[in-house]
Write a protein that binds this ligand. Structure first.
Ligand SMILES: [Zn+2]
Length: 98
């Protein structure tokens, strides 16, 4: 059985304990990345019919929209629509290659 003597950690035991924090932080980071992946996948599978080309959010047609070159894009917010309009050429190129 553990005697009272071993309850007081030595310097090496303390350092070993401190080192043991790294895997714990790794585990937390791993769990966080897993959660992010889960949220990301859920976002892609969400019931929105359209995809906001700026932030990638799923949106429905009742949100702000912008028609250009015969195509209509839908956005989650007016801020995304404004960002899209200011860099329309850049996104149009991405559309053409996709
Ligand atoms: Zn957006």
């Amino acid at each position: 059985m553990a005697a009272g003597r071993s309850a007081v950690p030595t310097a090496t035991e303390r350092r070993h304990f401190a080192f043991d924090y790294t895997p714990v932080l790794d585990l937390i980071a791993f769990a966080l990345s897993g959660l992010l992946l889960f949220v990301y996948r859920r976002g892609l599978g969400a019931p929105g019919r359209y995809r906001d080309p700026v932030c990638g959010m799923r949106v429905d047609e009742d949100g702000p929209s912008l028609t250009h070159g015969g195509e209509t894009d839908y956005f989650c917010s007016k801020a995304c629509r404004r960002a899209f309009r200011t860099s329309l050429d850049e996104y149009a190129d991405a559309h053409a290659t996709a």
